[in-house]
Ligand binder design. Structure first.
Ligand SMILES: *Cc1c(COP(=O)(O)O)cnc(C)c1O
Length: 231
């Protein structure tokens, strides 16, 4: 099976998983994580209907965005201060914000680019040391600081589950969904207008997206299941 066929299959499965979870079929966006392929692979996925792509390296993001400017490019990698000016003009949504100094720099660069930058706050729900993201208990204050920045639109939360055990992953996803709900109730009294945008849960990868959709994911980030022959 090629990339286009795998993309179509995963998309159908994600739609079915949404229905199985009692949600509308189109309530989770399938992000095709194209970091392991070149523009040919992206083109195959687009031919199968892909509209949203994820990249974790600024150079790849810029290159592919330049070739395919009409699909949405999501930045899902480690944010570095000196690359923010490259990322902002290309990124529809930055999933991996977890430092305030980066939030301020993104705000500045967005102002220069004449855009409001969509961002998600990355949370380390599992508490694994190897994972990046803010601690769940720091989320209220972190969110408050971000909401004060005029050129950021905070659209929700992102996490990565520890690999290996799907029941642990499911717990991690449920934790992120619970955090989104509690922030929606507590963090927007000063900014009721910003509550509407704060609704996305970016969670789930090739191995664990079923669990993520079950727990309320609105964006699954799938790489290998679409782009790898060996999946
Ligand atoms: C690579 C990557 C993915 C996709 O992982 P697969 O296991 O290939 O589906 C998702 N999210 C992030 C942050 C990644 O770096």
């Amino acid at each position: 099976m090629g990339i286009a066929a795998r993309y179509e299959q995963v998309r159908r499965e994600v739609e079915q998983a949404c229905l199985d979870a009692g949600r509308p079929a189109d309530s989770a966006v399938l992000l095709a994580v194209s970091k392991t392929v070149g523009t040919g692979g992206v083109s195959d996925a687009i031919s199968a209907g892909a509209t949203d792509f994820g990249e974790n390296r600024p150079e790849q993001l810029m290159e592919k965005h330049a070739v395919f400017p009409d699909v949405r490019w999501h930045f899902i990698g480690n944010v570095q201060s000196r690359r923010i000016r490259d990322i902002v003009p290309c990124a529809y949504l930055i999933h991996s914000l977890h430092e305030l100094k980066h939030a301020r720099k993104i705000d500045e660069e967005a102002a220069k680019a004449g855009k409001v930058q969509n961002v998600l706050i990355e949370v380390n729900v599992s508490g694994e040391e190897s994972k990046s993201g803010i601690a769940p208990e720091d989320a209220p204050s972190f969110l408050k600081e971000c909401l004060a920045l005029q050129n950021l639109r905070v659209c929700g939360l992102m996490t990565m589950a520890p690999p290996g055990d799907l029941s642990v992953a499911a717990e991690c996803f449920a934790g992120l969904a619970g955090l989104l709900d509690s922030l929606r109730e507590s963090a927007f009294s000063d900014d009721p207008g910003k509550l509407e945008a704060f609704c996305e849960l970016s969670m789930g990868m090739s191995e664990d997206w079923h669990e993520a959709v079950q727990e309320g994911s609105t964006m699954v980030r799938v790489g290998r299941a679409i782009f790898s022959d060996e999946w």
